[in-house]
Design a protein around this ligand. Structure first.
Ligand code: SF4
Length: 265
């Protein structure tokens, strides 16, 4: 494929390339929604290795979450502090548990899995410190719901590839002549684009936040592909499309990646 045209099925093509390159991602161990929520809180702003180690320590020290209800702030902080942001995460976990117990004395939060995706989001994000990404992790990993968590890796890689305007052809954008790929992600004026009318995708792309990207991908990615694409985009972001210096020479997506096509032009 040349750099002049973008496939209209870019999301599907990227998914297939990543499956071919990385294989089908392993399923994460199935945990209860509350376990997954606590793990997701611990994973905020740190690596999976750190958060998983902190989660295991917490589980070892408090095998039943009921025991955590009577734990002191210091006991919890000492147990999880290696995951970073110890005071904040300790407070969030200790605030969360009594609220969950009021609804679910078993402290599993299994009922979340019988909610619709939308209601699940609404419920989970009502807790202090639980945003859309954290809620999506619970819904996807514990409940198998078609959520698409957008973490820092997914967000960076999806924007570089240009996944968020992948499905738009020039015709759909109302543009008759080929467009140069955006040179950066900064907002463009119509004058800068040399166009008389706004380009819907360029406007969306420039202003999209992580949460907007998550909403977009949950609409654009077929349900059955969400787990695999999510996991493989994270892997791509960790191993190839690094934040500071993407290793495009080792990437399966060079010929369709907006960032790389622009760099090479
Ligand atoms: S081609 Fe380069 S910028 Fe694009 S996804 Fe691959 S590593 Fe990232």
């Amino acid at each position: 494929m040349t750099g002049g045209e973008r496939p209209t099925n870019l999301i599907s093509l990227v998914n297939q390339r990543l499956l071919a390159g990385f294989g089908k991602p392993e399923r994460r161990p199935l945990r209860s929604p509350l376990d997954e929520l606590i793990l997701a809180i611990l994973s905020q702003n740190t690596t999976d290795v750190n958060s998983l180690a902190a989660f295991r320590r917490l589980k070892n020290r408090f095998p039943q979450w009921h025991a955590l209800l009577s734990a002191t702030y210091k006991e919890v902080l000492d147990t999880i502090k290696t995951a970073g942001l110890g005071p904040t995460k300790t407070r969030r976990i200790l605030d969360l548990l009594p609220q969950v117990r009021q609804i679910d004395p078993d402290l599993t939060m299994d009922f979340v899995c019988s909610m619709s995706l939308e209601k699940g989001y609404e419920f989970l994000t009502s807790f202090n410190g639980v945003g859309a990404k954290t809620a999506a992790c619970v819904l996807l990993f514990a409940c198998g719901k078609p959520a698409f968590p957008v973490d820092t890796h997914v967000f960076r890689v999806a924007r570089r590839i240009g996944l968020d305007h992948a499905s738009r052809t020039r015709e759909q954008s109302g543009v008759a002549t080929p467009l140069p790929w955006p040179k950066d992600h900064a907002p463009r004026t119509r004058e800068q684009s040399g166009m008389a009318t706004p380009l819907p995708w360029a406007k969306d792309h420039a202003s999209r936040t992580r949460q907007q990207m998550q909403r977009f991908l949950e609409q654009a990615v077929p349900e059955d592909d969400r787990y695999n694409l999510h996991m493989n985009l994270i892997r791509l972001g960790r191993e190839v499309c690094l934040a500071r210096a993407p290793r495009c020479g080792r990437c399966f997506l060079q010929d369709v990646c907006e960032h790389h096509l622009h760099q090479g032009s």
